[in-house]
Ligand binder design. Structure first.
Ligand code: GDP
Ligand code: IMO
Ligand code: MG
Length: 424
């Protein structure tokens, strides 16, 4: 019996999809616990690239059970497109994918509300993915949401109609004009399609599997700095992206959790608005974006790029109880003469080494500079090949973060992954 959790420590897009796929052979079940199609988890293997939004990244490795948990918000129209594309590419999933009846549905009007609220915010907009995430979680917390299980009710049309009418009244108040005719067609087709899946009480299923001695990997979406409680509020998403979210988003007791894998890039990125202390506005930032192909998997937006922020990472490690680190995209820094790491902030002239309440303004990063390794590492297969300067960078991070780095990713492909020899 074992539950491990893998989650992002920065502002998302750390490479969660790739690593979940790599680790899946060690588990019986892979489960998403929060977020929705705001996520874009990219996997590459055998010359193919896939971007998953709602389907767990364990779907490609054998006949593992993949679960969409109660903490997730699901858009039936987008789900249908995603699932059909996977089936068409030779990855049948109907039997292996189980969906919680308690997951909430993203309705067409939730997406319109997302756009309307963003438009109303003007300069203060969050820069959401526009997928209706905030309004859907708002309805969940307001106890007015529509759940996956509702599609099995003979009253579904009425339940949907009532929610839609409530949303339409809000939109009218906001003077927001829209047309959901097409979206609604796709939504209803998606609902019909969803009915053909295993819609389950996933908390029972997972706990029964655990009792049978099976192991579960929980896949986080977004990142800790986008967590609704601990992230850079209000520039965050609307779910708990932290480890505790795996408990509430799947119905797993905290005492069942073993390893917490915290995943980070060798640098840092952010997409959407909000503070980002180590953001680079110069040529170096552009170079990282170009070398790392830092464009959003969901919206295609440019990702903002900067140096690794150890103050923020320490905070993320703390609130998640991270036991092991995974470092991604180190190959992006392969050509750099020197590399910087932020070890403290200067706030109002005072140096601090903890993540403060507000990072919106006046936070100046204090950097340590380390020599680059200037070696193409993308074809390496063993840590014995790592250049000395790279090892020094890894040791420096492990010391600062007081957590071992167990896996190092040196390229987007499944094969470009190096598991280090460090002891358990
Ligand atoms: P996720 O949302 O955390 O799953 O991450 P995304 O898929 O949104 O973004 C990570 C991007 O980096 C994807 O395009 C991956 O294919 C790519 N990627 C993952 N690991 C590496 C790596 O080690 N090196 C490089 N160069 N790209 C990587
Ligand atoms: P993955 O799982 C990066 C960001 C959006 C926006 C904020 C709120 O691929 O790492 P939302 O649509 O959730 O209301 O947007 O959160 N955001 C992400 N950024 N990766 C993601 O997911 C994200 N999901 C949401 O850009 O700033
Ligand atoms: Mg992503």
């Amino acid at each position: 019996m074992k539950v491990d959790v893998l989650l992002g420590l920065q502002w998302g897009d750390e490479g969660k999809g790739k690593v979940v796929d790599v680790l899946t052979p060690n588990y019986d079940v892979v489960a998403r616990f929060q977020g929705g199609p705001n996520a874009g988890h990219t996997l590459e293997f055998e010359g193919q690239k896939y971007v998953l939004r709602s389907i767990p990244s364990g779907i490609f490795q054998g006949d593992k059970v993949n679960i969409i948990g109660n903490g997730v918000v699901l858009d039936p129209a987008l789900f249908k497109g995603e699932a059909e594309a996977l089936e068409a590419s030779g990855h049948p999933l109907k039997e292996r994918l189980h969906i919680s009846k308690k997951a909430h549905l993203i309705l067409p009007t939730h997406r319109v509300l997302d756009a309307a609220y963003e438009a109303a915010k003007g300069d203060a907009k969050v820069g959401t993915t526009g997928k209706g995430i905030g309004p859907t979680y708002t309805d969940k917390i307001s106890r007015t949401g529509v759940r996956v299980g509702d599609i099995l009710s003979p009253r579904f049309e009425e339940i949907y109609g009532n929610a839609k009418a409530r949303h339409e009244a809000i939109l009218k108040n906001l003077n927001y004009t829209y047309d959901i005719t097409e979206m609604e067609k796709d939504f209803l087709a998606g609902v019909e399609y969803l009915r053909s899946f295993h819609l389950v009480d996933s908390e029972h299923e997972i706990n029964n599997l655990l009792k049978e001695g099976k192991s579960v990997l929980c896949e986080g979406a977004q990142g800790t700095l986008l967590d609704v409680d601990f992230g850079s509020y209000p520039f965050v998403t609307s779910s708990n992206t932290i480890c505790a979210g795996a408990c509430s988003g799947l119905g797993i007791g905290p005492n069942k959790i073993g390893n917490v894998f915290g995943i980070m890039k060798a640098y840092c990125t952010r997409v959407g608005s909000g503070p980002f202390p180590t953001e680079l506005f110069d040529e170096t930032g552009k170079l990282i974006r170009d070398l790392g192909h830092e464009y959003g998997a969901v919206t295609g937006r440019e990702r903002r790029c900067g140096w690794i922020d150890l103050v923020a990472l320490k905070y993320s490690i703390m609130v998640n109880g991270v036991t092991q680190l995974i470092m991604m995209k180190s190959d992006v820094l392969d050509q750099f003469e020197t590399i910087k790491a932020c070890v403290a902030y200067k706030v109002n002239g005072e140096e601090i080494d903890y993540f403060p309440y507000d990072i919106t303004e006046g936070v100046e990063p204090i950097y340590v500079e380390l020599p680059g390794w200037k070696t193409d590492m993308t074809r390496m297969t063993d840590e014995a090949e790592f250049p000395e300067e790279f090892n020094a960078y890894v040791s420096f991070l492990e010391e600062e973060l007081e957590t071992p780095i167990k896996i190092i990713s040196i390229g987007p492909d499944r094969a470009q992954t190096i598991v280090r020899y460090t002891e358990e």
